[in-house]
Design a protein around this ligand. Structure first.
Ligand code: SF4
Ligand code: SF4
Length: 479
């Protein structure tokens, strides 16, 4: 029985409910009257300075996904753009992944780190190596990391992960600092989540890969990850352990995208219903080529057009949730999706263990092929030229605005009083410390223009003071 408040995976991601939803969506995909009603429900409503968005249920969003009427798709894109602008303005938060270890005891068939891959070199960073990687990342200008590690209780126990987090936060190289460490490690116990919380992590990210139980079990034939319920219920344990920012994700290409999309939204509805706070972020990776992995071996790959529609509908369905896109995607795809709802991108990523300290991007231990291989400076310049403000902001987490405190600020539209000036402050730091002359020139002009878009006069004044002080050598201001 479907029950979004249940703590059992098979009840809150109920297979029959997903099938019923897809059937209903298929039957109503040309019901233009209903579709208009759904689109109207999702529109931002303004009340004075506040903006509110209702979002959509998994059933409503699935109807829109099933519809292939060109004029409806255009309306979906327009609405996604409108919601993106209302809540995120033109800011894009930047982060980088840091691979700690590729030792793994699982058998995931889409990942080259699977235990049966005997020819891939296995590496695990020592604390000295973590330090060197972090310095290299700081020297590029990164402030926000997502640490990644395979599952291996002997080689990468929780103590190792905690030690790495401690090392990362402790490094202050020149004006650099990593101010937020998000963590992407295997599903674990409440006790371990509590330890991660105490170590000061930002978001706990765990991709579901696929919500389809039968496929899930086939795609994860061996290792602890084979347990569908344990994996799917991980976010509830994380929240029980005190982590209130959690990041969901599906690996598109493994199962039918309509199934995944409906189930992903059901997962978000479950978190909201049980914990009073939905997912902080949703990631939308697609299966990519890697060492012994051929994406063509998976039948459910999606084209760029379908992928774009999924991102736009995610933006409409869960307006307060950040959407993350990685360097798995090309510059062209990223450019299009940024307008439609993506709020975070990775930049200059190296998806191998120890990759940032190498002159050339090493490929021997890569988890996936990087499509966008530009430097961080190039990504920052490109974003600005596309009309976005690259942001290295980590203020909310550091001010304790997480979970429902973050969401309530976000839902009342107040978050925008912080995000815009914070984006300009952290961009200014990047320009002063890491940018090339060309990027700096583009950035200075952008900041000059964007100062005027801070509506509150007092905030504008403080911001201008902070920008001046950054020029004089001070760092780390935030609203
Ligand atoms: S996806 Fe994660 S758990 Fe699966 S093999 Fe790769 S590193 Fe291991
Ligand atoms: S102020 Fe908060 S929500 Fe806005 S960009 Fe910074 S960390 Fe994110």
């Amino acid at each position: 029985m479907y029950n979004k408040k249940s703590m059992k995976a098979e009840e809150f991601i109920n297979h029959e409910e997903v099938l019923r939803t897809l059937d209903y969506a298929e039957k109503n995909k040309n019901n233009l009257e209903l579709i208009d009603k759904i689109l109207n429900k999702a529109r931002p409503v303004r009340n004075g300075k506040q903006v509110h968005c209702e979002g959509l249920s998994h059933e409503e969003a699935s109807i829109l996904l099933a519809c292939d009427d060109k004029s409806v798709i255009d309306k979906i894109y327009k609405l996604a753009e409108e919601i993106k602008k209302a809540f995120y303005g033109n800011r894009i938060v930047i982060f980088a992944p840091l691979y700690l270890s590729n030792y793994c005891i699982n058998g995931c068939v889409y990942c080259p780190y699977h235990a049966k891959n005997t020819h891939i070199p296995r590496k695990k960073l020592t604390q000295e190596e973590v330090k060197a990687e972090v310095i290299a990342l700081q020297d590029m200008g990164h402030k926000r990391l997502a640490i990644e590690s395979g599952e291996d209780p002997v080689n990468n126990p929780i103590e190792y992960i905690l030690e790495c987090i401690k090392t990362i936060y402790s490094i202050k190289h020149k004006n650099g600092a990593i101010r937020r460490v998000n963590v992407n490690i295997a599903a674990t116990t409440v006790e371990n989540y509590r330890k991660l919380k105490d170590a000061g992590i930002g978001t706990y990210i765990l991709f579901q890969e696929t919500y389809h139980k039968e496929s899930y079990e086939k795609l994860h034939p061996t290792g602890p990850k084979h347990n569908y319920a344990y994996h799917t219920e991980a976010m509830d344990r994380a929240m029980e352990g005190g982590i209130d920012d959690v990041g969901l994700g599906v690996l598109f290409g493994l199962e039918r995208y309509k199934y995944e999309f409906a189930a992903l939204l059901m997962h978000a509805e479950h978190l909201e219903a049980v914990h009073g706070v939905g997912p902080h972020t949703i990631s939308v990776p697609r299966v990519k080529k890697a060492d012994d992995i051929d994406p063509n071996a998976f039948d459910n790959g999606i084209d760029d057009e379908t992928f774009t529609k999924i991102v736009a509908l995610t933006r409409i369905a869960v307006p307060y949730t950040g959407i993350i896109i990685s360097t798995r995607e090309t510059e062209q795809v990223r450019e299009k999706l940024l307008k439609l709802g993506v709020s975070q991108v990775s930049g200059a990523s190296r998806t191998s263990v120890g990759g940032y300290t190498q002159e050339e991007r090493p490929t021997d231990t890569e988890q996936f092929n990087v499509s966008d291989q530009r430097t961080l400076d190039e990504v920052v310049k490109w974003l600005m030229e596309q009309g976005h403000i690259p942001s290295f902001c980590t203020a909310c987490y550091r001010e304790g605005r997480t979970g429902d405190r973050f969401m309530s600020l976000c839902k009342t539209g107040q978050i925008q009083n912080c995000c815009h000036p914070n984006a300009l402050i952290t961009l200014k730091e990047f320009l002063e410390d890491y940018a090339t002359a060309k990027t700096k020139k583009v950035g200075e002009a952008l900041i000059e223009k964007e100062i005027n878009n801070v509506p509150n006069e007092k905030v504008r004044e403080i911001l201008m003071g902070n920008l001046k002080e950054i020029e004089n050598g001070s760092r780390d201001f935030r609203f």
